[in-house]
Write a protein that binds this ligand. Structure first.
Ligand code: ADP
Length: 271
């Protein structure tokens, strides 16, 4: 693996993988959503997670930044490792302070782009983007503002920096969401079906921005139903069903030439 600084300005950690997930498991009540999932993500690569609705894709993604707390399993991102077997919410669902600190340490490695409705409605696009760097990371306002303007320019919204979310289309809102996720300088960007709530004519611009990020060397994990995007951009595809990874590999294998009958059935329904 190269240890050169990539175009995102960050130096990858001196290990083979940026992300290692080992034996992750998560139930909601009696419903076991993730049974046993392990995979790795290399720096500067795009991982697309595909699978039927309800198969646990979002739960898996949210586990990577501890928005969801798995029951078991280990997640390492960069130099932070969390063994979820040791993270036990008490009877009131509240975690002791050291365990909360562990989760926050994991969360700091990633920026998340949600499906929709995630911007602060009373803040402008620019204010949404500087919120994380200024409020959470304590970055000086002028530096954060300059960087936020660069990021809004990158996602094609330089002209819209002072608009409020309700003045923007759904696709523009998603692109603000992407700029906001990048603003905290994450090692990893997580996308949870970022185009699924958009009108079809708005999907292309968002996918276009994501392709640009991929070509710039950002490490991305993307839950998506956009098979063409996965085929064009993914380095690895994980097909999830029944709480496990049924098939994984490059898109030319998993999507173009799937080996498992469950993958074939899923893809046939989607195409
Ligand atoms: P996908 O992203 O593949 O559609 P999800 O991870 O959103 O799947 O959900 C997997 C299953 O877990 C679904 O049956 C969903 O209803 C359930 N689930 C997700 N989050 C919760 C929650 N907070 N409480 C209870 N059930 C949940």
């Amino acid at each position: 693996m190269s240890t050169q600084t990539d175009t995102t300005g960050r130096t990858p950690a001196a290990t083979d993988h940026l992300v290692e997930v080992q034996h992750l498991a998560k139930s909601f009540g009696d419903h076991e959503v993730i049974t046993d999932i392990s995979f790795t993500v290399d720096p500067g690569t795009v991982t697309c997670v595909i699978g039927p609705s309800g198969s646990g894709k979002t739960t898996l993604l949210r586990s990577l930044n501890a928005l969801e707390v798995p029951d078991r399993g280990v997640v390492r991102i960069g130099g932070t490792t969390v063994d979820f077997a040791g993270i036990n919410p008490g009877p009131r669902g509240r975690l002791p302070r050291p365990q909360r600190a562990e989760l926050m340490a994991l969360r700091r490695h990633s920026g998340m782009v949600f499906q929709a409705h995630h911007l602060f409605p009373h803040k402008t696009a620019l204010e949404n983007v500087i919120e994380g760097p200024v409020v959470v990371q304590g970055e000086p306002l002028d530096e954060a503002t300059a960087r936020a303007r660069e990021l809004l320019d990158k996602v094609g919204l330089a002209e819209h920096a002072d608009k409020y979310p309700f003045q923007l289309s759904g696709g523009q809102q998603q692109r603000v969401g992407i700029a906001r996720a990048l603003a905290i300088r994450p090692d990893l960007v997580l996308f949870d079906e970022p185009t699924s709530a958009l009108d079809p004519e708005l999907v292309g611009d968002v996918l276009g921005v994501m392709k640009t990020l991929a070509s710039e060397g950002w490490t991305m994990v993307v839950v998506t139903h956009e098979l063409r995007f996965a085929q064009q951009v993914a380095d690895q595809v994980l097909f999830i069903d029944g709480g496990v990874i049924v098939e994984q590999g490059p898109p030319q294998d998993v999507i173009a030439n799937p080996q498992h009958p469950r993958t074939r059935t899923f893809l046939t329904r989607l195409l």
